[in-house]
Design a protein around this ligand. Structure first.
Ligand code: NAD
Ligand code: UD1
Length: 335
């Protein structure tokens, strides 16, 4: 049995389906602060399997005690947390509390239950402004550009110190690049609250007519077409990476893996690819740079390929088509 925190969220729900499809039993803990409980039914519909669900918070020690007592949990995948970069600047305490304290609370409960295997959702943001792409796991963490990024770096350090204090622990720290797309079934995907901050949901909402136009933040970057470059990967590939990372937990210590496609795509290329793949127009115009954005970064995905046998399989077309299918599903549900 695997405990999956944040399992009704965007990435967690895809991990749940991937684990169930592979024959694992899954128990989800999520406080539904950024997701809805109908996702549990959708996970069951897609996988045709049962999944246990607890509505609750990773900072609730009593509830964690109940869960570890009730289930024979072998490993934990910890996706629960807050992730809006801008919001973390205006409300840092909420971010350190949910992310850093939440992870400490979870590790305490695991220690008490004698479960010492954890996969953690980290981010490429921990490499900071100083790093030159491609980012490699051997690079040191850089200075964080936001409390959100700092919270991820702090959690990584907490896990490292825990491992040094007790060599029975094994951690797999997965640094995600830019996950996009949705499950090909069209039943689960990303549901940002309000106006999206991230590129892909913004593109799909403009295409659907929910938003009038896309602003491309900056066309004067030192990149081929002047727009920012990122490493986008399909969320289903990301979920597969978690299943494959379970094997690393057999070895005590701290294991780091970048989960990215290993190549950069510009904002302009993303817009063009969406229009080409879906045949739907996306009105856009160029706007000033967004504060805090880096010109270009992408992963070295060699370590994940070498040690996990993982690499991305899905194409940019898959990412666009699956995002659009999901957008149409959510638009039809809301109408
Ligand atoms: P999400 O918001 O869709 O999912 C997170 C889930 O955690 C939500 O369902 C939310 O209700 C739940 N949650 C939040 N705080 C909680 C708490 N204290 N207790 C219990 N549940 C709680 O976000 P996501 O995109 O699926 O991200 C999952 C993880 O991956 C996060 O830790 C995020 O920081 C990390 N990450 C995401 C991205 C990305 O681009 N989406 C990139 C890098 C890292
Ligand atoms: C952002 C976060 C990162 C987080 C990730 C996933 C920042 C600085 N970084 O990454 O920490 O892990 O989201 O949640 O916020 N863009 C537009 N127009 C838009 C939206 C985005 O041009 O309306 C551009 C951005 O300038 C950027 C690219 O698209 O160049 C990707 O943006 P986004 O999807 O927000 O991801 P990141 O900034 O890479």
């Amino acid at each position: 049995m695997i405990l999956l925190t944040g399992g009704t969220g965007y990435i967690g729900s895809h991990i749940a389906v991937e684990l169930l499809d592979a024959g694992h039993q899954v128990v989800i803990l999520d406080n539904l602060s950024n997701s809805v409980c109908t996702v549990v039914d959708r996970i069951k519909t897609i996988s045709q399997k049962e999944v246990e669900f607890y509505k609750g918070d990773v900072r609730d020690a009593a509830l964690l005690g109940v869960i570890f007592k009730a289930h024979n949990i072998k490993a934990v995948i910890h996706c629960a947390g807050l992730k809006a970069v801008g919001e973390s600047v205006s409300n840092p305490l909420a971010y350190y509390d949910a992310n850093v304290y939440g992870s400490i609370s979870l590790c305490k409960a695991m220690e008490q239950a004698g479960v010492k295997r954890l996969i953690f959702s980290s981010s490429a943001t921990v490499y900071g402004h100083e790093a030159e792409p491609p980012y490699m796991e051997t690079m040191a963490r850089g200075s964080a550009s936001s409390p959100y990024g700092a919270s991820k770096a702090m959690i990584e350090k907490v896990l490292e110190d825990l491992s040094s204090s007790d060599p029975q622990w094994s951690f797999s720290i997965l640094r995600y690049f830019n996950p996009i797309g949705a499950h090909p079934s069209g039943y689960i995907g990303e549901s940002p609250q309000g106006i999206p901050n991230n590129l892909m949901p913004y593109i799909s909402q403009v295409a659907a007519g929910v938003l009038p136009e896309l602003l491309i933040y900056g066309n004067d970057y030192p990149t081929d077409d002047g727009t920012c470059v990122r490493d986008y990967l399909h969320v289903v590939d990301l979920a597969v990476g978690h299943r494959m990372a379970l094997q690393t937990l057999e070895q005590p210590g701290v294991h780091y893996y970048n989960l990215g496609a290993g190549k950069g795509v510009s904002v302009q290329e993303m817009v063009d690819a969406f229009i080409l793949a879906t045949g739907v127009d996306v009105p856009y115009r160029f706007a000033p740079r967004r504060k805090g954005d880096l010109a270009a970064f992408w992963a070295s995905s060699e370590k994940a390929e070498r040690e996990l046998g993982w690499r991305t399989r899905k194409s940019l077309v898959d990412m666009m088509v699956d995002t659009w299918r999901w957008q149409q599903f959510t638009s039809s549900e809301n109408s």
